[in-house]
Design a protein around this ligand. Structure first.
Ligand code: C2O
Ligand code: CU
Ligand code: CU
Length: 488
């Protein structure tokens, strides 16, 4: 038997009384979240080869699971509007920063230029300023689940924890495979929050930044414990995004396996059956679920995961208010959502072949990157790559366009670090010297404490400066990031 954490329900039955949406935002942007069991962020799809929209970052009062919360939103919504485009499309986003802090946008996982008005994380858009992002989705961009979020160094964790994150879906080859095409699709954006009784976010003063901030109010598409339906005898496709700044999700669906068809934004060769799905911050998974059990209700659980801690500093996410959590509650499964069987369909079988992928050839260069934490003369306690905290104007790694490199990422610290590289995806070659059997493209990989992961990457199509970093965003803000220059 699985124990359920009931605290979230108790919290909301008291805090949610008399909740009403306040119409502070422009009506063209804001929509109250629907009262139906499943909520969808609004959708912007490309048409005639163009995806164009206005996107405004601002604090907004939103309805979060029956309670009110002052969150940071894009277009008034948490999660942000879902964007959808196809290979070859042009994307134009008219962005306005109405936060009280500078910010910018990053398109996590997309293979687009890191420069100019594309995926440029060095831009700083001040409060009140506007900026138009514009780029093209390449013809050979993999179809998959990508996302967008702020990326201004020093403020990334805080702004993500406020709610700023949305899906960016590229539709293509994978979506046309029979079995996948016929399966209904749900989008699970996993976010955690920590709010006081009045629905206000705790200031970062109250948070365990070294550990990485976690809130224990977990929302799935901005809903607490929503329900999804699966056709009896059919398939359901879930696209799952961990949009939390630090929390890991170790997902399990009662009496069901997940048949994973994509890692991050890339198809696998064949579906693989997994009982548990571990998603670190930044990672995505596309999975199929088979509706072949007794019709009924099944819970999607988040199982406990120990990502290490720094002795006295770790262990607890935060304290006080709606976000309070006792020590023991960290160690029990939490119900995230429920799956309900609906009417029978003509039975659908799993696809056997997905999009073909092949292994990258041998590398020309091998590098070693060591992840750890320690004292830095410049900033005090910091998170480090090769002994150094991030410095905006230092170039850490220079590579050549079209070259292939192996990066041996060694975690010599006491906490797990999910390692992420912008612009180009990579393949995991080995873990602790043991060759990786699963061939997959990823943009974020977990490097557990004490372990070594070797990845292979080809720097394709785009030159310019970009970054790699730990996707526990407090670690990134506290220094665990490096500048990468891709030279012609
Ligand atoms: Cu979601 Cu630099 O990353
Ligand atoms: Cu990224
Ligand atoms: Cu980290």
């Amino acid at each position: 038997m699985v124990k359920i954490n009931r605290r979230q329900f108790i919290i909301f039955s008291t805090a949610g009384a008399g909740a009403a949406l306040v119409g502070k935002t422009r009506t063209s942007y804001s929509q109250p979240l629907p009262e139906s069991p499943v909520s969808f962020a609004s959708l912007h799809q490309s048409s005639n080869g163009l995806l164009e929209l206005d996107l405004e970052a601002k604090e907004n009062l939103v309805n979060l699971g029956g309670g009110q919360a002052y969150l940071l939103t894009y277009n008034g919504q948490v999660p942000a509007p879902r964007l959808e485009a196809k290979p070859g499309d042009q994307v134009r986003i008219h962005f306005t920063n109405n936060l009280d802090q500078p910010t910018n946008l990053h398109y996590h996982g997309l293979h687009i230029p890191p420069t100019g008005n594309a995926d440029n994380v060095f831009l700083r858009i001040n409060p009140g300023e506007k900026f138009t992002y514009e780029f093209e989705i390449a013809q050979d961009q993999s179809a998959g689940t990508f996302w967008y979020h702020p990326h201004l160094h020093g403020l990334v964790a805080e702004q993500l924890f406020g709610g700023l994150a949305g899906l960016f879906i590229v539709r293509g080859e994978l979506d046309e495979i029979p079995g996948i095409k016929a399966a209904p699709e749900e989008f699970l954006v996993l976010q955690d929050f920590s709010l006081d009784e009045g629905g206000r976010r705790f200031s970062s003063m109250h948070m365990s930044l070294m550990m990485g901030r976690e809130g224990d109010l977990i929302a799935v598409n901005g809903k607490i414990n929503p329900s999804f339906s699966i056709p009896t005898q059919g398939l359901l496709r879930l696209r799952i995004l961990n949009a939390s700044p630090s929390r890991f999700y170790r997902l399990s669906l009662e009496d069901h396996s997940f048949y994973q068809i994509a890692t991050d934004g890339n198809s696998l060769n064949q579906p693989i059956e997994v009982k548990e799905l571990l998603l670190t911050p930044g990672q995505r998974a596309d999975v199929l679920v088979k509706g072949n059990q007794e019709p009924g209700e099944y819970r999607l659980l988040n199982l406990p995961y120990d990502r290490g801690s720094m002795g006295m500093m770790g262990g607890r996410g935060m304290m006080g208010g709606r976000g309070m959590m006792g020590r023991n509650e960290r160690d029990v499964p939490i119900v995230l959502a429920r799956l309900n069987y609906e009417s029978t369909v003509k039975s659908l079988s799993l696809p056997t072949q997905l999009t073909a992928l092949s292994k990258l050839p041998e590398p020309q260069t091998v590098r070693r990157l060591e992840l750890n934490h320690g004292m830095s003369p410049a900033v005090g306690m910091a998170f480090l790559i090769n002994g150094q905290p991030y410095l905006g104007d230092r170039l850490d790694t220079s590579v050549k366009l079209n070259s292939i490199e192996d990066w041996e990422i060694v975690n010599t610290g006491v906490m797990d670090h999910p390692f992420h590289i912008h612009v180009n995806s990579f393949q995991v070659i080995s873990r602790n010297g043991i060759p990786e059997s699963l061939l997959a493209w990823r943009d974020t990989v977990l490097v557990p404490r004490g372990e070594t992961v070797r990845i292979r990457i080809r720097f394709e199509d785009f030159v310019g400066k970009t970054v790699y970093h730990c996707h526990i965003l407090d670690h990134e803000d506290l220094g665990m990031m490096g500048n990468l220059m891709i030279n012609a």
